[in-house]
Structure formats: structure tokens, C-alpha cells
Design a protein around this ligand. Structure first.
Ligand code: FES
Length: 195
């Protein structure tokens, strides 16, 4: 083989690996780009799907009706008498996925002053949520769990670990019927923070 032929062959063999490595890096780039685009497209598609399946988790849903709930005839509540405990029965209660009718969502202590003013307090203890009772003997509201007591006049705290007084509930009297707007508040804090 002539010297020229040897040189040519040698330069060809040098050029081949370089073009192969360029081809390899081009393929590598294309592969990475394809994976990246696929990943982005997958994420874009997955977000609405995940949201669909998780809905309504984490969202604030209506758990009790905000409309006033009929609890009694105004004439059935005796002026000046001891408070009476009345159930609060909602006609429609909806949680995340279901709706149910005539569900007892809670209860309240209702009284009527001599002047005819009706007041209602939630029967849920603002300490840790036990059920409040009324003691005719001590003429105040009492919680059997940790002995908090609350005065009859305005539901204020008398003693015990509760950090606030009883939670008042808004009352409306319409066409002779007493209606209450039922609300729950966070336990064991001094402010009333709706839950
Ligand atoms: S739950 Fe009522 S005093 Fe603790």
C-alpha cells in the first residue's frame, strides 16, 4: 500500500469515531428531550385527574345548613322557667359525598326571660366538647367532664378549665316558631372560631 493510501485510511479511521460520538450525543439529547416533554405532558394531564379524584378532600364543604332550623313553638317555652334542652334537627345535612335528612346535628339550651326574650346556648362544652347540663340545684350550667360551670344569665364562665363562656346561638322567631342558627366553634380557645 502506498504512503498516500495509508494516510487516507488513517484519517478516515480517525474521522469515524468523532462522527459516531456526535451521533451518540444527538441521540442522547433527543432521548432526554423526549423524556422531559413526556414528563411535562404527564404532569399536565395528571393534575386535573388527581384533583378530580381527591375532590372534595381538603375543601370546606357544607356540613350543616346555615339556614335557621326550627326547634320549637315560641309558646312552648315558658317565660322565667329553667332552660330546656332542645334537639336541633336539620332537614338536610350534606357532607363531602352524601346528603341526609332529619339529622340531629346538636342540641341547645333555650330559655325565655320574663320579658319574653328567647336565648339559646350550644350544649357543647367550649372546653373539650362534652355535653353541658343544667343544674336546678346550683342554678347554673355544668359540664360533668372537668367541672366547668357557666352562669344562667349570659352563659359566661364561672369556673373550671373552659377558656370561654357557652357559645350563644342566633335565634329568630318567625310566625310563632323559634329557629336557631346552629354553629360549632373550636374547643379550648378563648375566641369563637367557627369550625
Ligand atoms: S369538656 Fe367541659 S369542662 Fe372539660
Amino acid at each position: 500500500m502506498s504512503d498516500k493510501s495509508k494516510e487516507k485510511s488513517s484519517s478516515e479511521s480517525k474521522a469515524r469515531p468523532s462522527s459516531e460520538s456526535k451521533e451518540n450525543s444527538r441521540r442522547g439529547f433527543m432521548k432526554t428531550a423526549t423524556l422531559a416533554i413526556g414528563g411535562v405532558m404527564g404532569a399536565i394531564t395528571a393534575v386535573p385527574l388527581v384533583r378530580y379524584f381527591l375532590h372534595p378532600v381538603g375543601r370546606r364543604m357544607v356540613s350543616t345548613p346555615s339556614a335557621p332550623i326550627d326547634i320549637a313553638a315560641a309558646s312552648d317555652i315558658v317565660a322565667g322557667a329553667a332552660p330546656v334542652r332542645l334537639p336541633i334537627i336539620a332537614s338536610g345535612v350534606r357532607d363531602a359525598w352524601n346528603t341526609a335528612n332529619d339529622i340531629a346535628v346538636g342540641s341547645c339550651w333555650v330559655s325565655k326571660s320574663e320579658a319574653g326574650e328567647i336565648t339559646a346556648y350550644s350544649s357543647v362544652c367550649p372546653h373539650l366538647g362534652c355535653s353541658i347540663s343544667f343544674s336546678e340545684k346550683s342554678d347554673d350550667f355544668r359540664c360533668p367532664c372537668h367541672n366547668s360551670s357557666f352562669n344562667k344569665k349570659d352563659g359566661g364562665r364561672n369556673e373550671g378549665p373552659a377558656k370561654r363562656g357557652l357559645d350563644p346561638l342566633e335565634i329568630k322567631v318567625e310566625e310563632g316558631r323559634v329557629k336557631v342558627v346552629y354553629k360549632r366553634y373550636r374547643n379550648d380557645i378563648s375566641d369563637r372560631e367557627p369550625v
